[in-house]
Design a protein around this ligand. Structure first.
Ligand SMILES: O=C(O)CCC(=O)C(=O)O
Length: 264
């Protein structure tokens, strides 16, 4: 799958690109059906908060066939190669869950700043792909971006703890206020199956889920193979040491799994 020139320009200008309907409902359903089993797992890749809530499940390809398929899906890997101009591997691969009425939020940060400081990623030649597994609305804790903030590079901040996750590089309120004065705020929303590419330096945050509906997003953080991390300090499921390029599978790989599930 190739992005149009206009889509590439939009990504470069805004730092993100929303693709509504990138995946069809049967493809999303086969992934969503895995979530209750995944979040019940007792594994280091599925850390819990102090109150026992799950925020994240990492390296999904190790224990879920549908998510192993998504990791190499051409609708994710090929645009990432195009936007980053080279072969890519997945530095992090995770689901972020926001349960109905859940309190978990993500303070303002830039992912690349964390990858640079804690993992030794040399340059911001890395980005995220997010796939909405549920409809994302203004009510269920959508990702919120400062458009254009990626163009400023790494902003000042500090490493802070995040309950139920690893430490991360947070932005100060003064920095966020300055960036918002320049770029404003936007929260891309859409139906389940929408895809969202966003630059590793894009400032983002998300609030708690106020609604009675879940919000599960799956993220693959794609890094250029020649930009592999040099000084990891975190467990490998936060900072993949294996920079083998992702080779795309067939476009119908998830549909094949969905059909197999229906036949069983
Ligand atoms: O899914 C979310 O609400 C935020 C996730 C996020 O910001 C991150 O993983 O860096």
């Amino acid at each position: 799958m190739r992005l149009s020139e206009q889509q590439v320009v939009e990504f470069e200008r805004q730092g993100f690109l929303l693709l509504p309907g990138l995946f069809a409902e049967p493809e999303v359903a086969v992934l969503r059906a895995e979530l209750p089993r995944i979040f019940a797992l007792d594994r280091p890749e599925v850390p819990k908060t102090a109150t026992g809530e799950a925020r994240l499940a990492h390296r999904l390809e190790r224990y879920s066939e549908p998510f192993a398929c998504l990791l190499r899906h051409p609708r994710m890997v090929e645009p990432a190669r195009q936007l980053l101009a080279g072969s890519v591997y997945s530095h992090q691969y995770k689901v972020v869950t926001k349960q109905p009425f859940g309190q978990l939020d993500f303070p303002w940060h830039q992912d690349y700043a964390t990858w640079a400081v804690l993992d030794g990623m040399p340059e911001p030649k890395a980005m995220n792909f997010a796939l909405f597994l549920d409809d994302v609305t203004e009510f269920n804790g959508p990702l919120t971006f400062i458009p254009g903030s990626h163009r400023r590079g790494v902003e000042e901040g500090g490493v802070e703890p995040l309950d139920g996750s690893s430490d991360f590089h947070a932005l100060s309120p003064a920095t966020v206020a300055r960036l918002v004065a320049e770029g404003g705020l936007v929260a891309p929303k859409g139906r389940a199956g929408s895809g969202l590419f966003f630059h590793g330096c894009l400032a983002h945050a998300s609030g708690p889920n106020l609604s009675p509906w879940p919000r599960n997003n799956v993220y693959s953080s794609l890094n250029r193979v020649d930009n592999a991390i040099r000084r990891p300090t975190r467990p490998e499921f936060y900072a993949n040491r294996d920079a083998t390029p992702l080779e795309p599978l067939a476009d119908d790989c998830l549909l094949t799994l969905a059909r197999r599930g229906r036949a069983a």
